[in-house]
Design a protein around this ligand. Sequence first.
Ligand code: 5GP
Ligand code: ZN
Length: 106
Amino acid sequence: MSDNCIFCKIIRGDFGTEFVYETENTVVFNDINPAAPVHMLVCPKVHVESLNELEDTALMSELLQTVKAVTKKVGLKAYKTQINTGKEAGQEVFHLHIHVLGGWNK
Ligand code: 5GP
Ligand code: ZN
């Protein structure tokens, strides 16, 4: 948990954000500024700044399993995933997250 991290606050429940899906170590919520009809963010519950800081291979696996489970849950057969790593690559929130975009032809 990082006191200055907006995603840690969301994950802690500070804003009452609805979780689309949740596992022991991961959580999924909708992006506030969607770039597709469905735009979800898959995050570890623990604060990890970016993919570069992710050492836990079990958590890495759980994040991808969550992508599969949540897309199945919301009925997305086709979707794009994106991980922005580093400011120059467009990362704005420094809590690791996988963008899941889809819903064009659900
Ligand atoms: P990044 O650019 O770091 O890869 O992506 C950050 C994403 O988080 C952006 O798509 C942005 O719209 C989203 N975002 C930023 N602040 C909030 C927030 O407070 N709530 C939610 N649900 N999404 C946010
Ligand atoms: Zn965080």
